[in-house]
Design a protein around this ligand. Sequence first.
Ligand code: ATP
Ligand code: MG
Length: 459
Amino acid sequence: MKNKILVVKKISLKLTLVYAFVFSLVIITLNGSVLYGVRYFLTKQAVRQVSDTSRYISTRIEELERKNVNLKNEDLLQEINPREAVYVKITDSEGKMISISPRWNKDFSFQNSSEKVLKIEKQEKHLVYKSNSIKINNKLFVLTVVKDMEYEYHFLKLLLIMVAISNVLGIIIAVLSGMFVSKKMLTPIDKITKTAQSVSIQGLNKRIEVNAADDELSRLARTFNEMIERLQKSFESQNKFVSDASHELRTPISVIQGYINLLDRWGKEDKEVLQKAINIIKNETANMTNLIEKLLFLARGDNNSLKLEKEIFDLNTLIDEVVKESSVIAPKLNIASERNDKIIIYADFRLIKQALRALVDNSIKYTQEEGEIKINSYRRLGEAEITIEDSGIGISEEEIPNLFNRFYRVDKARSKKTGGSGLGLAIVKHIIDRHCGKICIESDFGKGTKVTINLPAKV
Ligand code: ATP
Ligand code: MG
């Protein structure tokens, strides 16, 4: 029991881990790409800002130079918003300062980058800059525009922290909800396991509760219930078979025992009693042997050890044989075949003969003297049809469905006289089923019975 629960728990743990892993992978990838995208966008914006500022100041220097205005007296940086962290330095060709932003960072030196915007990333500083030379009226100026991305990186850092917190929270929620969902989903399996454990030979009437949803687990539960149902039915019928068989065997054994006791006390000297006892014991032993043979036949059929020895033969020779033999057994009855088509079949000769004899045997038993029994055969489309018809006592309609049940006899008292065990028709049905044939009984109570057998013909 512990083992099974452990397996279920392991499955739920596995499901949770896989679920959490996939979920974490998705949110980490998603958040990572958002962070990367924001950084890329901010850098691109900074680069554009540097280029725009550089272009604007170059144009302004050019304008003022053409008007021969002294640049040192002009505020070239007036258009630059001090909040944007963009710093500018303008020098002449000899390196003399013309204009510089008040918060210019002296720690860095910038190489001439002509038209390109370059990046510097050191001492936790992220700078984007452009440093180029401008030639106007044969004068050379060096213009450097720097954008400090401190604010943007601060924002990125904050974003990273928020994303990390939401990732951790998301993973924790994913693990908890995964655990909850998988546990809830696997509870029915636990129930199935528990019911399966409590089902035993004594408790085959237990069933698993099936919920309304048509999912895999409810299908499993339904299949399990159907299997137990079949097991229970077969177990009950086996039980009934065994108890009926024992009951049937008990009667002849008690008769034999009774006569042996009788002989023991008084019969040894009395020749008449002795002979009577011997006759009865002989008769009962023959009945018992007959019954045991029938039981063995059915048991072999049940465990599939009854082998068919199929051969090709002509059905009308078999019917002729059965008619002849039956006429010898019951000379007072009119047993005949009115129509006997020549049909070749592929079947077990011995078993088919056994089935026909059991049916004719019934007709003989339940037909009064001078009655008639007809055994006919007809060739039908791909089939052989055999009918055994008698003018006997018949069977009432409501009894017909039970006739193939083992040990079923219509009138127990009457059968006792005729000596039937109620196994004949069960054996016939088994033989016909094994030959993939059909059997049907029709009867008119008081007038007679007709049994029809259809067997596949060899074409
Ligand atoms: P067994 O064949 O094992 O010696 P049985 O003849 O009693 O015993 P089945 O052949 O299985 O058993 O028949 C079952 C019952 O069906 C019989 O007891 C009998 O009551 C009824 N039955 C069968 N065939 C006929 C028939 N031709 N006419 C009237 N009743 C019949
Ligand atoms: Mg019979």
